[in-house]
Design a protein around this ligand. Structure first.
Ligand SMILES: C[S@@+](CC[C@H](N)C(=O)[O-])C[C@H]1O[C@@H](n2cnc3c(N)ncnc32)[C@H](O)[C@@H]1O
Length: 269
């Protein structure tokens, strides 16, 4: 696979240089607490997850979700695959900080991973599946085939996806120009704001450029990534083509959540 902006987009994210011991500890606690809706969803939808379950998370970031699953007795052994070296280093320090021993953090491209098997759950939280799908034509099928082969017969894949409908319709209504958006981070985050600039490429993927503003300074950092939008219908078609069935779509992690994110849960057909 050649170079793609998505392979390096998160290179500086959660750099340990941005934390001292106290802010690191506060941030870790905040990230663990932030996983509660996902934990509640998994406890309801996959009640057989227990301290024997093998879990793989694609694009595991700081691995907070895997550490929390372990704390809740919902995994026995886990692999977190994260391409960003800075996030991997953060995840390793986080692991020592909370004394975890059964989450294994791999710093590599998910699409280069050796085959796995007998996995109870493969997770892709936030837009990670959409970052991988935008890498090349057919990357989504390659990823889903790997996941299918990794699952045990009773296993499940859970992906969080965004249709980006609201951005697509805003961009279209402005005649194909870009859209700018501000977002504010919680106070535990070393960054205070992000300014997003969203446009479309010729494959109708979103090109999302972000400028981050560091809290209390004039320092800025930038990144860009490309995301393939999915609707519940289009991801169902992809999953079926890769041999999945029993496909369930949820409007968010929490019942009644009104968000543009949706969750898909599928099993081997
Ligand atoms: C939107 S973030 C989500 C991180 C984490 N799942 C969360 O919810 O906090 C996407 C993550 O996927 C990682 N990623 C993107 N492409 C990847 C790939 N091909 N292999 C492994 N990790 C990847 C990025 O580096 C980034 O940390």
């Amino acid at each position: 696979m050649g170079w793609h902006v998505n392979l390096t987009a998160y290179d500086e994210v959660e750099s340990l240089d941005n934390f001292d011991e106290s802010s690191f500890s506060t941030y870790c606690a905040d990230r663990l607490a932030h996983t509660t809706p996902v934990i509640d969803f998994l406890r309801t939808e996959l009640p057989t997850l227990d301290n024997q379950s093998k879990v793989i998370e694609i694009g595991s970031g700081n691995s907070a979700l895997l550490y929390r699953l372990e704390q809740e007795g919902m995994l026995g052994d886990a692999l977190g695959v994260e391409i960003s070296a800075s996030r991997h280093r953060f995840a390793e320090k986080f692991k020592t900080h909370i004394g975890n021993s059964n989450v294994h953090n791999l710093n590599e491209n998910f699409l280069d991973m050796a085959p796995a098997n007998n996995t109870s759950l493969v997770l892709g939280v936030d837009v990670v599946f959409q970052l991988i799908a935008a890498l090349y034509e057919g990357a989504d099928q390659d990823a889903l085939t790997w996941i299918r082969n990794a699952l045990s017969p009773e296993g499940a894949v859970v992906l969080e996806l965004r249709s980006f409908d609201e951005y697509l319709s805003s961009i279209q209504s402005f005649g194909g120009t870009s859209l700018q958006l501000w977002e504010e981070f919680p106070t535990a985050d070393p960054f205070e704001f992000v300014l997003g600039d969203i446009s479309l490429d010729k494959e109708e993927c979103l090109i999302w450029k972000k400028t981050f503003f560091k809290r209390g300074t004039m320092e800025r950092s930038r990144f860009e990534n490309v995301l393939k939008p999915y609707t519940p219908e289009s991801i169902t078609t992809c999953l079926e083509a890769a041999g999945f069935g029993s496909i369930k779509i949820f409007p968010g992690w929490k019942p009644g959540e009104d968000s543009s994110n949706f969750i898909v849960l599928a099993r081997i057909r």
